[in-house]
Design a binder for this molecule. Structure first.
Ligand code: ATP
Length: 486
């Protein structure tokens, strides 16, 4: 994780928020390359799930909602974590997580020396287990108390209870309260889904582990409405679609580069299920901190629509034409964190290898996710015509993709820099490209393309570049494209 944090900062992916003021707890800013990567993740998600599927539509609901939404959804009463406080240093911890962090211990067997002991392990000197605060090692912890994770705020000029509302802790509720608007305006028949990408806020007690758990984050959520009276392939429709969404979600992450061995499914135990869920399965990823939730896929039944119907007094039902009856749809919710997905893609892409006796760091991003698709590099920056040609190529390719120009180092160093940020292809412009009239050498009008993963090169005519990159960046194999130019 430290390697990823430092690479992210050094290469402009992710910075600590308000760093010059000492940083804000668990808030992060996406730098120039981070924002490209994040946009790419959101774009492919939107394209694959909203744009390409006939049964899906999109939505962008506001972050601030009517406060009753959160009473109806159960968040005011149930969106809590048990927390414990240290009586000495006053730090607060999630009761169910204290034993999962390393702990500070002043060991009596070694004259009170201070040790930091790995999570869950006893002290190797005295055999004692943690009984005190894991952070200061001195104070006792209070009994667990429930703490609501929603951020409170006030709407309008008066700070009073009547104007109290919350920053949304999930994007889902914006979809539920718009169920009827979407179904009517888009003339939808069940089953259909509504997808949304947006910010969510949770006042997490123990945030941390870089962008894994933050207080402000983004979600990509789908609410997929089904008719619970229907059966598909012999199964109740909700159970059938739940299975489908689990399989689709796992396949989606693999499609964009996460290795199969780093993904697994974890079923929620009955006593762990949220108050609204019939069944929930988490897609877990082997993060640098160990196996942890990447996304959750829940069967929320008809809980949310029924609650909002009850609290708002508006019917949130669907008229089943065949059976001539009103039903409250069940909903399957595949819910993923954008930031967690980004961390997983970053961790999976990161590789160190040895090339000709030197360490090469390479981010093997899927081309659709790579923040920069092509880097155009002049081999001789003293030659005006080489530089001009390189700028012109960048401008042409930049109409379609994110492309950079760089002439601030020697070519070997420039390649390494692009490898380190995951740029799939580099284009170099050299003297042969533009010709050398002093030596009587004519221009060949060709440039060298270098492939990040194999480090192989191919020499291609400048005017074919847009078509070549269109092929390569939409799934074409390097070997096939390169062989056309041999
Ligand atoms: P966790 O158990 O890790 O707190 P959760 O089960 O509460 O997560 P959900 O409510 O299911 O999370 O939210 C769906 C997704 O949103 C999660 O799978 C995760 O990817 C993302 N997410 C939730 N909380 C955070 C957070 N504090 N920071 C970053 N991403 C988050």
């Amino acid at each position: 994780m430290d390697t990823l944090v430092s690479l992210s900062k050094r290469r402009g992916f992710i910075f600590q928020s308000s760093e010059i003021y000492g940083g804000t707890g668990s808030c992060w800013d996406y730098g120039p390359l981070g924002v490209e990567l994040k946009q790419n993740i959101k774009r492919v998600w939107w394209r694959d799930y909203i744009q390409q599927r006939p049964d899906m539509v999109g939505l962008d609901a506001s972050i601030l909602m009517h406060p009753t939404v959160w009473k109806a959804s159960g968040h005011v009463d149930n969106f809590t974590d048990p927390m414990v406080d240290c009586l000495e240093c006053r730090r607060r911890f999630r009761a169910d997580k204290v034993d999962e962090t390393p702990w500070v211990h002043y060991c009596a067997a070694t004259k009170g020396n201070k040790f930091t002991i790995p999570a869950g392990e006893p002290c190797s000197h005295c055999g004692e287990r943690r009984t005190l605060c894991p952070d200061c090692g001195k104070g006792s912890l209070t009994a667990p108390r429930q703490f609501n994770l929603m951020f409170k705020t006030f709407m309008g000029p008066v700070e009073e209870d009547a104007s109290l509302t919350y920053l949304r802790p999930e994007t889902a509720q914006g979809i539920f309260v718009n169920f009827d608007n979407v179904a009517q305006s888009m003339r939808r028949k069940l089953p259909f889904g509504v997808g949304q990408i947006g910010k969510a806020f949770r006042n997490e007690i123990t945030p941390g582990n870089f962008i894994f758990r933050t207080r402000e984050f983004e979600q990509m959520e789908i609410e997929y409405f089904v008719n619970p009276r229907d059966t598909v392939e012999g199964k109740p429709a909700d159970e059938y679609w739940h299975e489908r969404w689990i399989a689709d979600s796992l396949a989606w992450f693999q499609r964009y580069g996460l290795r199969e061995e780093n993904l697994r499914l974890r079923e929620h135990e009955k006593d762990e299920l949220a108050h609204y869920a019939k069944r929930t399965a988490d897609v877990e990823y082997r993060f640098p901190i160990g196996w942890s939730e990447l996304m959750g896929i829940a069967n929320r039944t008809d809980f949310d629509l029924k609650q909002h119907a009850q609290f708002s007094g508006k019917a949130l039902t669907y008229f089943d034409e065949e059976r001539k009856e009103h039903v409250v749809p069940y909903v399957i919710e595949p819910s993923a964190g954008v930031d967690r997905a980004l961390l997983a893609f970053l961790a999976d892409a990161y590789q160190e290898e040895e090339v000709r006796g030197e360490k090469r760091v390479v981010l093997r991003f899927h081309p659709e996710l790579a923040p920069v698709k092509v880097a155009v590099l002049p081999l001789l920056k003293k030659r005006d015509d080489v530089v001009r040609t390189a700028h012109a190529i960048r401008a042409t390719l930049a109409k379609h993709w994110t492309v950079v120009y760089d002439d601030t180092a020697a070519i070997g160093r420039l390649y390494r820099r692009q490898d380190e940020v995951g740029t799939p292809y580099c284009v170099t412009v050299d003297v042969q490209t533009v010709g050398d009239s002093d030596k009587g050498e004519s221009a060949d009008g060709k440039v060298t393309i270098r492939d990040r993963d194999s480090m192989e090169q191919a020499r291609v005519p400048i005017d074919t570049l847009p078509a070549v990159f269109l092929d390569l960046l939409s799934g074409g194999k390097w070997s096939a494209v390169a062989s056309r130019f041999r």
